[in-house]
Design a protein around this ligand. Structure first.
Ligand SMILES: [Zn+2]
Length: 178
């Protein structure tokens, strides 16, 4: 389960702090984390369009105003991850006026994908995981539970609760508990 590309612990902590500050500002009452409200808090608008070419997940456009474009053809969980990933680019990188994400290697599994070895993509994915599955909340959910990552039902329920894919949840739990 451990990805090939790992963030430096100091950078991972920095990203967690940024996410925790952000979550305090958003003040959501219950899960799943409202990613679109998070974007709104940062004055980023979120637009959906059915991109059929390639496997475009989404993009971040900074001019004339910050906008995240999301592929409306994708599953809702994937859209949520894309929005969170682009918010990560917005807060952590914000260098290019437009950033396009194709074939996002959410779990860093695709060895051939340049996305997986690009440090900015690793950071944006880490940010997304922190935002959608906040460590503090997830640890509470995991407390007193024997988590068997092969046990589909537990994972499925957690994935539903957080609005993420089962894969993303399994990866996050492995990361948190490692
Ligand atoms: Zn990206």
């Amino acid at each position: 389960m451990r990805p090939k590309i790992w963030l430096k612990p100091t950078r991972a902590q920095e990203i967690r702090r940024i996410v925790e500050d952000l979550l305090l500002k958003v003040k959501f009452a219950e899960l799943p984390v409202p990613v679109e409200a998070v974007a709104k808090t940062l004055d980023i608008s979120v637009k959906f369009a059915p991109y059929s070419e390639g496997d475009l997940a989404g993009m971040l456009i900074l001019q004339p105003r910050p906008t995240i474009a999301v592929n409306s053809a994708h599953h809702r969980n994937r859209q949520r991850f894309t929005i969170a990933h682009e918010i990560g680019h917005f807060l952590l990188h914000k260098k290019e006026s437009i950033h396009i994400d194709e074939k996002m290697a959410v779990l860093y599994r695709d060895k051939n994908s340049s996305m997986a070895i690009n440090p900015q993509e690793v950071e944006a994915n880490h940010f997304a995981a922190e935002l959608l599955m906040p460590k503090r909340i997830l640890l509470k959910d995991l407390a007193n539970k024997q988590i068997d990552l092969e046990e589909d039902e537990i994972l499925l329920n957690l994935a539903k609760r957080y609005g993420v894919s089962q894969q993303a949840m399994a990866f996050r739990i492995a990361n948190i508990l490692s």
